[in-house]
Write a protein that binds this ligand. Structure first.
Ligand code: FES
Length: 99
């Protein structure tokens, strides 16, 4: 298990929030249950980077695949999804499990 400390929960007021882990870009989001998770911004189609243009969807600007901003599931191509990693809150600090 590789745990990554993301920072104080209070620092992430607006979600989805852009977060880098090393050189890799992610979005911090919350799912319908209120649980945090990290979604990779690397598009599973052909390597574009997913963007947040608002409206509850994350969109890859290369070929316009769209992803649910809570779950990372692709809403335009069945079965595709962004890589997702669970995030827990420990004493007010967000910790991602990148295993
Ligand atoms: S690379 Fe993202 S939709 Fe094609």
């Amino acid at each position: 298990m590789k745990e990554v400390v993301l920072g104080e929960e209070a620092a992430f007021g607006n979600l989805p929030a852009e977060v880098n882990v090393g050189n890799d870009p992610y979005f911090l989001v919350r799912d319908e249950s209120g649980d945090y998770k990290l979604l990779s911004r690397l598009c599973p189609h052909a390597g574009g980077y997913v963007m947040n243009f608002g409206g509850g969807a994350l969109v890859c600007p290369l070929h316009y695949w769209e992803f649910d901003a809570c779950t990372g599931s692709c809403t335009t191509v069945k079965g595709a999804s962004l890589d997702a990693y669970p995030v827990t809150v420990r004493e007010g600090v967000l910790v991602a499990d990148m295993a």
